[in-house]
Design a binder for this molecule. Structure first.
Ligand SMILES: CC(C)(COP(=O)(O)OP(=O)(O)OC[C@H]1O[C@@H](n2cnc3c(N)ncnc32)[C@H](O)[C@@H]1OP(=O)(O)O)[C@@H](O)C(=O)NCCC(=O)NCCS
Length: 189
């Protein structure tokens, strides 16, 4: 039986391994990854799907300003290739959206295929005036309002607004494991 639960610190290595399998190294250079770098996920909104203590799925959401409106950026969502088409992605999405609504968030935004995310209420209808990156296809910038009108007037770029990772965790392998890039810190002379 698959269980969806909040992520724990001990899940970090399995989550990163799963993301490597699902997305490969390119995930670190995506525009949305840059918004996540150096930040912690939104409170209570890092979820994993586990079966017999094996991690099969992950999703995290991040606090952002979306063109001047508070929102959550969802991603990455990933399900292990051997566990796909069993509804695990849908279960993670539904749980994440319900938890975001319960916590009072007004809108969730992501970059992805409307053919998949449309079933959860995502579309490009509210994102036309938002700008993530030149390389981001506007048709893949999707939003779901949890509170109608939450994205009214949202226009312009995104900005990370979430809690920052503690500084030591930003360096070296700790950063890699958290989805960031290692940063060489010159030794003090
Ligand atoms: C996308 C992903 C999270 C779906 O997880 P999952 O647990 O297999 O999803 P579910 O079981 O809830 O749903 C499966 C359904 O989604 C469909 N689906 C999966 N990816 C899709 C996509 N990019 N576009 C359209 N439909 C998609 C499947 O064909 C299947 O359709 P069906 O219900 O008609 O059979 C998973 O495939 C994954 O991790 N992919 C790697 C990351 C990725 O490619 N993301 C791109 C999505 S934008």
């Amino acid at each position: 039986m698959v269980t969806i639960r909040t992520e724990r610190p001990v899940d970090e290595a399995a989550r990163e391994a799963l993301l490597d399998i699902a997305y490969g190294e390119i995930r670190h250079s995506k525009p949305s990854a840059k918004l996540r770098r150096g930040r912690l996920p939104a409170e209570g909104l890092a979820l994993v799907a586990v079966e017999k203590s094996k991690m099969l799925g992950t999703v995290r959401l991040w606090n952002v300003s979306a063109g001047g409106r508070d929102a959550l950026l969802l991603g990455p969502l990933a399900v292990h290739p051997e566990a796909r088409n069993r509804g695990i992605g849908a279960a993670l999405m539904k749980r994440a959206l319900a938890e975001a609504a319960r916590r009072g968030h007004g809108a969730v935004i992501l970059v992805g295929d409307e053919a998949y995310y449309g079933r959860f209420g995502f579309s490009a209808a509210r994102t036309g005036a938002l700008h993530l990156a030149a390389a981001c296809d506007p048709a893949r910038l999707l939003a779901c309002e949890l509170v109608p009108g939450a994205l009214d007037g949202a226009a312009g770029p995104f900005r990370a607004t979430g809690r920052r990772l503690p500084l030591p965790a930003l360096t070296g392998l700790g950063a890699l494991a958290r989805g960031g890039h290692p940063r060489l810190i010159p030794r003090a002379a």
